[in-house]
Design a protein around this ligand. Structure first.
Ligand SMILES: *[C@@H]1O[C@H](CO)[C@@H](O)[C@H](O)[C@H]1NC(C)=O
Ligand SMILES: *[C@@H]1O[C@H](CO)[C@@H](O)[C@H](O)[C@H]1NC(C)=O
Ligand SMILES: [Ca+2]
Length: 275
């Protein structure tokens, strides 16, 4: 935990707390991780979750709906979302840090819609998951091999891992998959590895991977990259080993691909929001 806070603090200079993803303001993984609270909407869009569904979304990732107090504690360290979501006990609201005319009626604080009598109303969800089994890390070496948690054993259920790679300015990161086996399903909704060509999980989405086919090599456009691994509450698999090597820009390894990659059945290119 201490190491985590330390890393978060280290990255704070570089990492913005917020950014736009699919046109929606998102908190960065670093802020979410520090807060233990995050916002989820339905895969089909904003305000589509009943109370029972919102609960299920959080539990699917090993957490539960945040209480009002947890959401307020997160807000105090910068957690800001302009969308109302279910909290524990059927409460609905959203956390506002920056006052704006279009959101939160120009005020800051938790905009509180109170406890809803009608649990079939549809909102987003605020989840709390402080001790999602921690894994991941921050790498600044010029090369490194990293593994899914527990490798060569199978990874566990309900993991959320972030790996952040940062090499020297002016270099790129060449990722190579040595082993890859993640619970397979058509849209990679159960367990998945996501790769971002940026310092957070907001910008530069490269792809979402699952199954046991080795993904192609990926070369970043800049000197940072973020990988996010999430497993749900059932069925695990062998996991993965990934090597990265810092390469000088412009890329000398002509055989490598750009951060654009195609042709994988178990690969979802382009914009792909989470639940
Ligand atoms: C509860 O909310 C849903 C969704 O907004 C609505 O369709 C339904 O009519 C409401 N039920 C009552 C009793 O108001
Ligand atoms: C990488 O992508 C850019 C733009 O999409 C393209 O111009 C360039 O040729 C690509 N480089 C390689 C090595 O494929
Ligand atoms: Ca699974």
């Amino acid at each position: 935990m201490i190491a985590l806070i330390f890393f978060s603090a280290l990255l704070w200079d570089n990492a913005q707390a917020w950014g736009f993803k699919d046109g929606v303001l998102h908190n960065s993984i670093w802020l979410e991780r520090a807060a233990g609270v995050y916002h989820r909407e339905s895969r089909s869009g904003k305000y589509r979750l009943t109370y029972a569904e919102a609960k299920a979304v959080c539990e699917y990732e090993g957490g539960h709906l945040a209480t009002y107090q947890q959401l307020e504690a997160a807000r105090k360290i910068g957690f800001h979302v302009c969308a109302a979501g279910w909290m524990a006990k059927g409460r609905v609201g959203y956390p506002i840090v920056k006052a704006g005319a279009n959101c939160g009626f120009g005020r800051t604080g938790i905009v509180d819609y109170g406890i809803r009598l009608n649990r079939s109303e549809r909102w987003d969800a605020y989840c709390y998951n402080p001790n999602g089994k921690e894994c991941g890390g921050v790498f600044t070496d010029s090369k490194h091999v990293f593994k899914s948690p527990g490798y060569p054993n199978e990874y566990e259920n309900e993991q959320i891992c972030y790996w952040h790679i940062r090499v020297k300015y002016g270099q790129r990161i060449h990722l190579q998959f040595l082993e890859f086996d993640v619970e397979d399903d058509t849209a990679c909704m159960a367990d998945f590895l996501e790769i971002y060509d940026s310092y957070d999980d907001i910008n530069g989405f490269v792809g979402r991977f699952c199954g046991d086919e080795l993904p192609d090599d990926i070369i970043s456009t800049g000197n940072v990259m973020t990988l996010k691994f999430l497993s749900d509450s059932s069925v695990t698999a062998g996991g993965f080993q990934i090597r990265y090597v810092a390469v000088d820009m412009p890329s000398k390894s002509g055989d490598g691909k750009n951060t654009t990659s195609q042709g994988k059945a178990n690969f979802l290119p382009g914009k792909f929001g989470i639940m």
